[in-house]
Design a protein around this ligand. Sequence first.
Ligand SMILES: [Zn+2]
Length: 421
Amino acid sequence: MRRRTPLVVALVLALGGAGGAVLGALGAPAAGFLPATDPGARDAAFATLLDRRAKAVRDHDLDGYLADVDRARPHLVAAETRTFQNLARLPLTAFTYALGKARYELKGHPELADRYHGRVALPAVEIHYRISDVDQADAAAPYVPILAWTGGRWAVAGEATDTDVDAPVPPGAQPWQGDPIAVRATPRAVLVHSPEDTGRADAWAGRIESALDAVLRFRPGGWSGRVFVVAVRDRKMLEGYLGAEAGRVGAVAVAQFDRVPEWHPGEKAGYAGTVVVINPDGLDDPGLSATLVHEFTHAAMGPVTTAATPTWLMEGTAVYVEFGDDVLGATYAKKHLAGRDLSRLPPDDTFYNAVENYDLSLLACKLLVTRYGERGLVGVYEWFAQHDGPPDQGFREVLGISLADFTALWRRQVQDTVAAG
Ligand SMILES: [Zn+2]
């Protein structure tokens, strides 16, 4: 799997107005303790607070990071200290916050509304960061701090997770948010794991390097050749990206962009890197090495993967690199592929509904390699990075065959494989 689950959630844009209305309904507290009700002044206060905290992260300054936290709540201070310590363990060469336009309503948590008399604000914030020697550009991660007016100033009162707000992206699913992490750098990867797994990290690092070797044989250029891998026991990050699907996948490769695309509709986001998140249930699985090859292939093709890339081509390529020349057994094919709709290659919108679509896509990609070599497979893949045109045009331009004729060849091969079983 690679893409974020398409979250069709309407973005609740309360551009300053909603927050102001809440504050306006509170009556008139004593002069001098009024929060700024002017949206511009309030946003300026938020931006200043965020700049201070980002600098504290860059400077490894815990006191500076906690200076804007509501110190009257020990659990909050402990959680923010943990976040700071996690960030400090990561090899970051950039870290800034950018205040976005969206403002969210806090769902639930009446205790916070009570404590701060309703004076809470949840702005959309992009974290711009770069993992040293891994990311090609600064990556943007969604973050929604809970800010509260207390003691005559705005203070950090928490961090929203995806269940706290109706945001189009999960704001609380970064590896530094939550349980303590440990970080292991390998020659070509940065691995985040749980501290209790430090004894296993060497073995995982070896598997990561071997998987990178396999992917680099297929794709020696066109990407950094380096990966950021999250292999923590906490399921929050995986569930944040996949929701209910999290139990079904061994891992997910999440493309990172220079902005949070869901917060910039209509803009072209630039590719920054890929985070590979391993399902905690699969960490001790003997199939982990193959899973790493699959997900790293997505990372390797990340710079040339766009919304126009057919899902069958994206997944089929990853399965092809994962399994190499292993033949899909005829017995397996008869059991799983007989009776499948072969009128067209697996369509994007229903691709992830059936695991057999991976097999059908593998057969299509193997057919491409048999006829046109790996250069043909990569060539047609790269075509979609440059064109929004119909797939048929890409097949004709790159391979000299129509999509319909290629589909007929693929259909015949699937039917022959099933018939042999
Ligand atoms: Zn995949």
